[in-house]
Design a protein around this ligand. Structure first.
Ligand code: M6R
Length: 342
C-alpha cells in the first residue's frame, strides 16, 4: 500500500501534484458555496493544527485580495470568544472528525451563523453539522502528519479567492502543479545535517509565509521530536532573539518581492547573532547565498506558487530529519490521526 515508498508520509508528499490540481478543479465546480462566501460581511474560520495553518493563508488572502474581514480561531478556543455578528463560520478539518472543530461549528450554528465545512473525507461527522460542504480532493491520508491535505486546503482557499476575483489568480495557480515535482529532486542533506543535531529550530516568514513557517515547524516537531517554533519574522526581536546562538538554527522563508528587503535584513540580524541559517528562496536571488549557510533554491514562480513549493520543501526537510533520527515517521509518539475528544 506504500507503493514502493518507505513511508506513507513520503508517498503522500509525492501525491501532492495531483492533490493540488484535483482540488483546484473540484472547487471550481462549487459556485454556490463560493457565492455564499462572496456575500459574507465577515468570516470566522475554525480549525486545529495543520488545518488552522492552512486557514491562516486563507485569512491573509481574503483580507488582502478580497477585502472581506476573515479571522481564524482555533477550534478549542472558539467557545471562549465566538465572534458576535460573524455571519459565516467555516470549519476546516481534513478528517472531518476533530472534536474541537465540530463543537465550534455546532456552537456557531446555534448562534445563527451560516456554516460551511471544508473536509477531505466524504460523509465525515463535520459534513452532518455544516449547512454546506466543500471537499478537498487529496485522497486518503494515512500518515499522522498532514501533508497533501494541507496543500489541498491551501489549493481550495486559493481557488476560492481566484473565483471571487474574476479569475485573477488563474495563471499563477495553473503553473504550480508543473513545478511541484522539481521540489522532489532538491538535495536537502546539508539542511538535514544542521537540523538533526539541533535542540531548537526557529522558522520565520512574513505574509503568507508566516503560516507556512508555522506549518513547517509543526511538521518538524511532530515527526522528529525536535522543538521547533514558527514566528512572523518581525517578532524575533520581541523575545526570541534571546535564544539565538550557534545552537539555534533558523530557517528563513524569503520570497515575495514586497517583503524581500525586510526579510533580508531579518536574515542578516539572525546571522549577526551566530545562528546557523538555512534560507529557502527562489533561484536567481543570488544575494541569499551571501547571507545563508545553506540555501535551498526553488523554481521561480509567483508568490502563491512559492507558498506551495516552500511548504512542500519544509515537509521534506521534516521527513528526512525524522528518518535521519530513526523516528517512527508515520506514527509519531503520543499522536493520533484524528483527535475525537475535546
Ligand atoms: O483532521 P483535522 O484537519 O481536523 O486535524 C487537525 C489536526 O489534528 C491535524 O492537522 C494535526 O495537527 C496534524 N497531524 C499535523 O500534521
Amino acid at each position: 500500500r506504500k507503493g514502493g515508498f518507505r513511508h506513507f508520509m513520503l508517498k503522500e508528499i509525492y501525491e501532492q501534484p495531483d492533490a493540488f490540481a484535483n482540488t483546484l478543479s473540484s472547487v471550481k465546480r462549487c459556485s454556490e458555496i463560493v457565492d455564499s462566501i462572496k456575500k459574507a460581511r465577515s468570516i470566522t474560520v475554525v480549525a486545529c493544527g495543520t488545518s488552522a495553518n492552512a486557514s491562516l493563508v486563507f485569512s491573509y488572502l481574503m483580507e488582502s485580495v478580497c477585502h472581506i474581514p476573515t479571522r481564524v480561531v482555533l477550534g478549542s478556543e472558539f467557545k471562549y470568544f465566538p465572534t458576535p455578528g460573524t455571519d459565516l463560520v467555516i470549519g476546516v478539518s481534513q478528517s472531518g472528525e476533530t472534536a474541537d472543530t465540530i463543537a465550534a461549528l455546532k456552537l456557531a450554528k446555534s448562534l445563527g451563523a451560516q456554516t460551511i465545512a471544508v473536509t477531505n473525507v466524504l460523509g465525515s461527522s463535520i459534513t452532518r453539522v455544516a449547512s454546506s460542504v466543500l471537499y478537498t480532493r487529496a485522497g486518503p491520508e494515512i500518515s499522522v502528519a498532514a501533508t497533501k491535505s494541507f496543500i489541498s486546503q491551501v489549493a481550495a482557499f486559493m481557488q476560492i479567492v481566484n473565483l471571487l476575483t474574476d479569475h485573477s489568480l488563474e495563471a499563477e495557480l495553473a503553473e504550480v502543479r508543473r513545478y511541484i515535482p522539481d521540489v522532489f529532486t532538491i538535495d536537502l542533506s546539508k539542511a538535514v545535517d544542521i537540523c538533526k543535531d539541533a535542540a531548537t529550530l526557529l522558522y520565520i516568514g512574513r505574509g503568507m509565509f508566516y503560516p507556512a513557517a508555522l506549518e513547517g515547524a509543526l511538521k518538524m516537531k511532530e515527526i522528529s521530536y525536535i522543538h521547533a517554533e514558527g514566528y512572523a519574522a518581525g517578532e524575533l526581536k520581541h523575545g526570541p532573539f534571546a535564544l539565538l546562538s550557534l545552537e539555534t538554527p533558523v530557517i528563513g522563508l524569503c520570497f515575495s518581492s514586497t517583503v524581500y528587503p525586510v526579510m533580508m535584513s531579518n536574515l542578516k540580524e539572525v546571522k549577526a547573532r551566530s545562528a546557523p541559517l538555512i534560507v529557502i528562496g527562489k533561484e536567481h536571488d543570488a544575494d541569499l547565498e551571501e547571507v545563508a549557510d545553506v540555501c535551498i533554491m526553488l523554481p521561480d514562480v509567483s508568490e502563491y506558487g512559492s507558498v506551495i513549493l516552500s511548504s512542500i520543501i519544509l515537509q521534506l526537510l521534516a521527513y528526512h530529519t525524522a528518518v535521519a533520527l530513526e523516528r517512527d515517521v508515520d506514527m509519531p509518539r503520543n499522536l493520533a490521526k484524528s483527535v475525537t475528544v475535546e
